[in-house]
Design a protein around this ligand. Sequence first.
Ligand code: FES
Length: 242
Amino acid sequence: MVKDSVCFNIFRFNPDDDKEPHFQKYEVPLNKIDLTVLEGLYYIQQRLDDSLAFRSSCRAAVCGSCAMHINGKHRLACNTLISKLESATITIQPLAHMPIIKDLLVDMKSFWENYEYIKPYLITGKTLPTTGEHAQDQDERARIDNLIDCILCACCHSSCPVTATNEKYFGPMAFLNIDRFVSDTRDGAKEERLAIVNDEHGVWRCHSVFNCQEVCPKDLNPSGSIAHLKMEIVKNVLRQKA
Ligand code: FES
């Protein structure tokens, strides 16, 4: 049942003015309507406190920009219903392992650098002509079905205990997106991509905690991608020795 109101307990920090972060509480009326956490944040920003900073765009779980730590778990604010949290207080913190710009806004520079580093585009190389259509049959296309659905929200990155302690670790997002191209029959840079993840900060650093898999709002499986990449690295080594 939808309650009359809910308390938002929000992490606040403005590095220009504050010495320390603090939490601030706001009462958001629900009027028997089931809002999303993002709608609650907009209510606060538009009616109670226009200094509150957070990021969002599509409001439809597509752009990945509204990821934050909500009641103990990294989630998308736009597809988290307040009623589903079953709590009188909603505690919200920014994504982890990234510098805070203000309140719930983080600087995702290192995350995007990792994404850029893995070359997230088809490299056709010598396997295919550089122009024209590169057809796949249904089985080949099925291999990348889930892998192309990553929305780069960074929930996995922020939940990973290895990214928490090793800033050079590529992280689950990078591995899933490398697997997306390693598994794509049109890509001609498999060896180059496997060399990236076979690095000292690559897949072998994963502790198999599975947080990434648990928090992914698109039900993707970065842990499965890491296992697949490890297998492909070993097969590659055996091939070279044969
Ligand atoms: S606003 Fe785009 S995913 Fe939530």
